[in-house]
Structure formats: C-alpha cells, structure tokens
Design a protein around this ligand. Structure first.
Ligand SMILES: O=C(CO)[C@@H](O)[C@H](O)COP(=O)(O)O
Ligand SMILES: [Fe+2]
Length: 224
C-alpha cells in the first residue's frame, strides 16, 4: 500500500487570504494541495483558473498542486495547468470527447494523470485506461460544491477498484473527494483509498494542524 496523502481543498479556504491560507495548511502538515477548477458549465459553480495556481507558486508555495478539473472541454485547460506547474491533473471522462488522448496529454507533460468518477459513474469507464492512470479520483459527493455529506455507496466502489488494482499488480492510487472528515477517514482508508481530499474538515477547523494530525491518527489506526 502506498503512503497516505492528505490534500486540503482550497475551495473551503478564506479566498481573500489564499496565499496565507495555503501556506498555513502546508505548515500544518498537508501533503499536497487540492485545487478545484469549476467552469459553471460542467458543474454549476465557478472557481479559479491557472493564473491563481501560478500566483500561489509565485507567493512561495512549494507543495505539489493536485488540480481537479470540473470543466468541459478539458484539453486546453490541461495545457494551461501544465504550464502553470500542476503536479497532478484529473478530469471527468464525460467532459472529454477523447479520454485516452486527454490522459496522454497530461502524461506527455510529466504530470500524474487521474480520471474522476462521479458517484453514479460505473467502474467500467476504467476499462482499457486503468493501466495508464496514476490515480483514480472517486467523488463521494456530486461535484460542484464543498461541504456536502459523504455518499456511503462510494465505499463499495473503492473496495472493488482496490481489489482490481491489487489483482493487476498496479500501483494506481485511489483518491477520495467529498465529505471526508476525521470521523470517516479511517473507513475510507480501510476500503482501499490512499489520497484524501478534505475541504471543510480542514479549513473549517479552528486549528489546521490539530485537524490534520487527527486525520493521520485515524489513518494510523486504520492500517493497524
Ligand atoms: O471537488 C470538490 C467538490 O466538487 C471537492 O474537492 C470539495 O471541495 C471537497 O470539499 P469538502 O466536501 O471536503 O468540504
Ligand atoms: Fe475536488
């Protein structure tokens, strides 16, 4: 099993103080920074583009950025986020006409490529492309907003994919996004996930380090 990565989602940060907020979660022990890109087309919300990622890098953020594209189409933004310095890029398969080509585009820029499955998207979308992916992102809420509740049937999907990855001998990571909190992260890890996005559970906490430490403690218990 890969080591666990905790990825605070900046959607829940105080956006008026974004640079400071991101530095604070990095100092509090975040492994990577989850960057939600919404276009008011693929999802009914609008967030930030590559210029914001570039600005955060210029501000001095050294952590890797995990760019979650909730946009349609995807290829032009893959290029722009690659130029801006993304370390991970994921997209939703229904938002790309040519999924294999979009994955290839991400990888051709030396970036880790992920495919995102909405709650009701079947695992069969991974047929044929799973070996070329660095990670699969399971949405455990419907995409578009932070602060929603974890959809429990996601756990079964995670278990099924973990089995498939292990049987194939792949080292694909499984990321889970939406409603992940201190009180369910152990269960999500036990199902087979190893990357955990948490927006409100971290940025909504009084002390980011206490929140991240509690998650790590839960993860340590889960792997015992
Ligand atoms: O991609 C999304 C929502 O579409 C997420 O990354 C959320 O931003 C996670 O927020 P919480 O559910 O952890 O508050
Ligand atoms: Fe996300």
């Amino acid at each position: 099993m890969n080591s666990y990565l905790i990825a605070p989602s900046i959607l829940a940060a105080d956006l008026a103080r974004l640079g400071e907020e991101v530095q604070n979660v990095v100092d509090a022990g975040a492994d990577i920074i989850h960057f939600d890109v919404m276009d008011n087309h693929y999802v009914p919300n609008l967030t930030f583009g590559p210029a914001v990622l570039q600005a955060l890098k210029k501000y001095g953020i050294k952590a890797d950025f995990d760019v979650h594209l909730m946009v349609e189409p995807v290829d032009a933004l893959i290029e722009q986020f690659a130029d801006a310095g993304a370390a991970y890029i994921s997209f939703h398969p229904e938002a790309s006409k040519h999924v294999d080509r979009s994955i290839g585009l991400i990888k051709s820029r030396g970036i880790k490529a992920g495919l995102v499955l909405n709650p009701a998207t079947p695992l069969s979308v991974l047929d044929y492309v799973l070996p070329s992916l660095d990670f699969v992102l399971f949405m455990s809420v419907n995409p578009g907003f932070g602060g929603q509740s974890f959809i429990p049937y996601t756990l079964d999907k995670i278990r099924q994919l973990r089995k498939r990855i292990d049987e194939l001998g792949l080292n694909t990571r499984i990321e889970v996004d939406g409603g992940v909190k201190t009180n369910n992260i152990a269960e999500v890890a036990a199902a087979g996930a190893d990357m955990f996005v948490a927006g409100t559970a971290i940025f909504g906490a009084e002390n980011y380090k206490v929140a991240i430490d509690e998650m790590r403690q839960q993860l340590a218990n889960a792997s015992k």
